[in-house]
Write a protein that binds this ligand. Structure first.
Ligand SMILES: O=P(O)(O)OC[C@H]1O[C@](O)(CO)[C@@H](O)[C@@H]1O
Length: 267
């Protein structure tokens, strides 16, 4: 099954856009594909399209299990990032950069090394002065001209980046505490829940919403509830991913399992 649909939202956004002109009523385009492989392929095509249109694109990239297939496709097709710049959403706090589970190492394995040359930046989780590091990161994004395309995954609890439920939509890059469910979800990468860092530096939701375009990916039944909330729930900091409904250009590519609740409810 291949289903493409668009949804425009006209929810009560005024409470959010009074203070920050970046937030406005959004428009979201949803594509449902068969499985994770098709999701990865469709996502990689979109990134290739972005690079073809603008070789010096500024890309916002994500870690976690979701985008790995997309990165594999980009490597397979030898994506040319030589003129591009990449920024990452987040990094664990106080996890050494050389730790195998740092997001820096993830990016080195899946993107930086195989797709050299490219210019990249990622929050420094080892920074002595975290506040200064967060300001540095925001400034670097701004100086690069802002993010053209931000790739996002979504947490089971609706988090984007490491912006957990309850995060204000105007938040910027900062140090955050992870919810227990996020720590547990990420324990699969560390082997033991006690080894998972409990804090991270993350772009804020306000930072993410400033990207010119956003690509959200989700696969697997574990993401079905978050997807349903994104499309049909109230726009609320209680479910961070719903902030995307305030953005004017969001592509959502999900597999059938992630869309399973949508399917059932829209039948
Ligand atoms: O892709 P996963 O591993 O399901 O993670 C979902 C989201 O959670 C994070 O890994 C943070 O916990 C994000 O970076 C990611 O987008």
């Amino acid at each position: 099954m291949n289903k493409t649909t668009s949804t425009s939202t006209a929810n009560e956004v005024n409470q959010f856009n009074q203070e920050n002109p970046v937030l406005h009523e959004g428009n979201l385009h949803l594509t449902i594909v068969k499985n994770e492989e098709e999701m990865s392929q469709a996502a990689a095509e979109l990134v290739h399209g972005q690079l073809a249109q603008r070789p010096n694109s500024v890309l916002g990239l994500a870690t976690g299990g979701t985008p790995i297939g997309m990165y594999r496709q980009l490597c397979r097709n030898k994506a040319d990032l030589s003129k591009a710049t990449t920024f990452n959403l987040d990094e664990y706090y106080e996890l050494p950069r050389h730790h195998p589970q740092s997001f820096f190492q993830f990016m080195k394995e899946h993107v930086y090394d195989p797709l050299l040359p490219l210019s990249y930046d990622i929050p420094n989780g080892e920074a002595a002065n975290v506040e200064q590091e967060c300001v540095r990161y925001e400034t670097a994004i701004r100086r690069a001209g802002g993010i053209d395309l931000q790739v996002l995954g979504v947490g089971r609890n609706g988090h984007i980046g490491f912006n957990e439920p309850g995060t204000p939509f105007l938040s910027r890059t900062r140090l955050v505490a992870l919810k227990q469910e996020t720590v547990e979800d990420n324990a699969r990468f560390f082997g033991d829940v006690g080894l998972v860092p409990t804090q991270a530096i993350t772009m804020g939701i306000g930072t993410i919403l400033e990207a010119k375009a956003i690509l959200l990916l989700a696969s697997g039944a574990v993401k079905a509830k978050a997807l349903h909330q994104l499309l049909y729930g109230d726009i609320s900091p209680g479910v961070p991913v719903t902030a995307l409904r305030l953005h004017p250009a969001v592509r959502v590519i999900v597999d059938e399992e992630a869309a399973s609740l949508l399917e059932r409810l829209s039948d």
